[in-house]
Ligand binder design. Structure first.
Ligand SMILES: [Ca+2]
Length: 310
């Protein structure tokens, strides 16, 4: 019995094997087709992991053909080899924050010295159209992070000296976000913020206060050099926010004081304004009580610290 049916069984096995092989070939072909479709996509757009970023070991990066901000992001991540996380949830990539005491101190020294210098001589490097209270903060912040080499000193003009080593973790040229240092929206940082323009080269006083600083307090004894003071004057319809930089001890000081501030008075179409350098103890007696940096003045919002220094 068994020998009679053997040829048929062999034939059945051969058929089954052939069918299975064909099925495997079909499946392989289908898988290749799907894979190819995914890689090249409709319209030729390359498929990317979420947020247009991909992890290449050690850091997230974006496609280099994207915007300037993203290119800077790529460069920054390459240079810093730091992940673009936001563990403290403050909206600023941790890679942009100055994590070491030395970097924070060096930044404060450059930031305050550059701002103070504008009182003595406005730098040609400071765009005339950017000269107002928030513009002073942006300018000093940006220049503090640049590589301070010979060409930088030449560009800034007379009177500058090396006040500290450069910040070591990055310079403006290699910063995680390039020159787009300023956050313009709330929330925790996610990598799509770069694509969605939540960082900018520009920030007005309100944007600096709301998204780029942390409130320290209204007591000046808690302020550190490089902290900002904000005022809110709602009756000034166009620009109700005003900002000053707390210097503490000034670089140029014949009074031996430690309560210096520097600020730009703001510009209007008829008045380009000036940079002022005064002591808090003098502002305390400002003729208009609403400009006094004292706790009892509800128009004085208090002292704030840059998030990159937190
Ligand atoms: Ca952060």
């Amino acid at each position: 019995m068994s020998t009679r049916f053997l040829p048929n069984r062999r034939a059945s096995s051969l058929k089954a094997w052939t069918l299975a092989s064909l099925l495997l070939l079909l499946l392989a072909s289908l898988a290749w087709s799907l894979c190819s479709e995914t890689l090249h996509g409709a319209g030729g757009e390359e498929a990317r992991p979420s947020e247009g970023m991909r992890d290449e070991g050690g850091g997230m990066r974006v496609n280099e053909e994207d915007t300037h901000g993203k290119r800077a992001l790529v460069n920054g991540v390459r240079a810093g080899a730091t992940r673009l996380g936001d563990e403290d949830g403050d909206g600023v990539p941790d890679a942009l924050e100055l994590q070491s005491f030395g970097d924070r101190e060096n930044f404060r020294k450059w930031f305050t010295a550059i701002a103070e210098m504008q009182f003595y001589r406005l730098s040609d490097a400071w765009n005339t159209e950017q000269r107002d209270c928030a513009g002073l903060i942006r300018f000093a912040w940006r220049e503090a992070l640049r590589k301070h080499d010979r060409s930088w000193f030449q560009r800034m003009g007379e009177g500058y000296e090396r006040v500290a080593p450069d910040v070591s973790v990055y310079t403006l040229e290699t910063s995680p976000l390039g020159e787009q240092l300023f956050r313009t929206a709330g929330g925790r940082f996610v990598v799509s913020d770069v694509r969605n323009r939540k960082f900018s080269e520009f920030a007005d006083a309100r944007t600096l206060e709301q998204f780029n600083c942390e409130f320290v307090g209204r007591d000046r004894r808690r302020a550190e050099p490089g902290d900002l003071l904000f005022f809110y004057q709602p009756w000034v319809q166009k620009l109700p926010y005003h900002v000053m930089i707390f210097l503490g001890e000034a670089h140029n000081d014949a009074e031996g004081a430690n309560d210096w501030v520097v600020y730009h008075t703001g510009s209007t179409p008829t008045d380009e304004g000036v940079v002022k350098k005064v002591r808090l103890s003098v502002l305390d007696h400002h003729p208009d009580p609403r400009w006094r940096p004292i706790e009892g003045n509800r128009n004085f919002l208090g002292f704030y610290r840059l998030k990159i220094l937190e």
